[in-house]
Design a protein around this ligand. Structure first.
Ligand SMILES: Cc1ncc(COP(=O)(O)O)c(C=O)c1O
Length: 425
């Protein structure tokens, strides 16, 4: 791939028909559940068929080798050795695994960001009731202050955590990229802060593998969790859990199996590589996924172009939604360096308050999660846009994602549609 192709934003970098995404759908939400290419899904089906054709031999002989190969293929992307990480099904499982392995004492304090992932907060609430923990919520920032530099904004993120640290602080749960606000946090500095207070650091990097260049060994977190099924495009149910060598003897999967009997030096790997009979094909499809990425220019090229596309999309949507000078004065965006393939854009008040009665086709499902979907998101669904609208402490945000199947015209169309919807109010 040449430079021109890598920065061509007018066309998808990789044709959308390489995915199962509905052709008419403007899919601007890779962040929520990823999207796996058809070729990788077909390979996964082939792996499943192989397993089913000779179940015992496959599970006992082929699978351990395949898992090892899958781990080997990830070492450059994660920046750590195979013995320092294991597979889990998803980031939620990874975070819960760590939280469940800590020998909590009553009064232990945990610090999280106000923009941390809600499900991780629920895990902490659950454990706090059991172990009498104190959960402290850092008032992490969104937009920059007037004349604030990127470094100063980063320092404010760290300060929000530092303000809450005490000698009882046991754990900092640090998002690498936040979910509702799509911000890259200065994880290295936050890990240093945790060490200063003799606290553990658990980095929730659910969105990081495939989106950010990682070097987990030098990052020196105690624990790091990352999904491969989001930005690395693997099949669903695949995430990694890095554990610092000093904790590998203290961490246990949520499901214990035969590995429990392994010698202590091998136990971490033995416990996590087999947690009972299940479908391990998402993990063992990783080498094929990486080969597919390489065939399409490689991860670095794809990442570079996704970053550029996301930055431009943020700019054009911001200009469209906040076009007059008076409204621009009230708008504070996060520093451009704090975003990668996702960006959150504050919605003006009228769109943020988009009324339910404007919907021609209310949400098709009456489930609790569907009923929480913002009316504007539902209106956009009806117009074939997939883009989340999220209520946060910083206001109502439109969160866009940029992946190789996206092109700039999709965000232009979204901007146009949002203005049309606004005109109906
Ligand atoms: C920051 C963060 N943590 C954890 C998760 C949970 O990921 P999963 O659903 O793969 O467990 C997400 C999902 O989007 C997330 O954004």
């Amino acid at each position: 791939m040449n430079q021109k192709q890598a920065t061509d934003l007018e066309n998808p970098l990789i044709a959308k028909d390489q995915w199962l995404i509905e052709p008419k759908l403007r899919f601007l939400n890779h962040g929520s559940f990823g999207a796996c290419p058809i070729e990788v899904l077909e390979h996964q089906s082939h792996l499943r068929a192989q397993m089913e054709s000779s179940l015992v031999r496959y599970n006992l002989c082929e699978l351990p080798k395949a898992i090892e190969q899958a781990k080997q293929s990830l070492t450059n992307i994660l920046g750590c050795a195979t013995q320092d990480f294991c597979f889990v099904s998803n980031a939620s499982e990874g975070v819960m695994t760590v939280l469940n392995s800590i020998d909590w004492k009553a009064g232990d304090e945990v610090i999280i960001s106000q923009d941390s992932y809600p499900a991780c907060r629920h895990m902490l609430t659950h454990l706090s009731l059991k172990h009498d923990l104190v959960i402290k919520v850092a008032q992490t920032p969104f937009g920059v202050l007037a004349n604030e530099s990127f470094q100063e904004w980063n320092a404010r993120v760290v300060q929000a955590f530092a303000d809450l640290c005490t000698s009882n602080t046991r754990l900092l749960l640090i998002d690498h990229i936040t979910s509702p606000t799509a911000l890259i946090y200065p994880v290295k500095d936050l890990i240093t802060l945790a060490k200063k207070w003799n606290a553990l650091s658990l980095v929730d990097g659910a969105h990081a593998p495939g989106q950010l260049a990682l070097d987990l060994t030098s990052l020196q977190a105690d624990f790091y969790v990352g999904n491969t099924h989001k930005w690395l495009l693997t099949p669903k149910s695949c995430a990694v859990l890095y554990v610092s060598p000093k904790w590998q003897n203290k961490i246990f999967p949520l499901v214990l199996s035969h590995g429990y009997l392994a010698e202590s030096e091998q136990r971490f790997q033995a416990l996590f590589s087999w947690t009972g009979t299940r479908d391990y094909t998402p993990m063992i499809a990783i080498p094929k996924t990486i080969a597919w990425l390489n065939k399409h220019g490689g991860l670095d090229h794809i990442r570079q172009r996704n970053n550029t596309l996301c930055a431009q999309a943020r700019q054009l949507l911001t200009q469209a939604l906040w076009h007059d000078e008076a409204s621009q004065k009230t708008l504070a965006l996060p520093p451009i360096q704090s975003i990668a393939h996702m960006a959150a854009i504050p919605l003006p008040q009228d769109l943020a308050n988009f009324p339910l009665h404007k919907l021609n086709h209310p949400s098709p499902s009456s489930s609790a999660s569907a009923s929480r979907i913002h009316p504007l998101q539902q209106a956009l669904w009806a117009l074939d846009y997939e883009v989340p609208i999220i209520e946060t402490a910083h206001g109502t945000l439109l969160r866009i994602s940029a992946q190789a199947y996206n092109s700039l015209d999709e965000y232009q169309a979204l901007a146009h549609t949002l203005l049309e919807l606004r005109n109906t109010l």
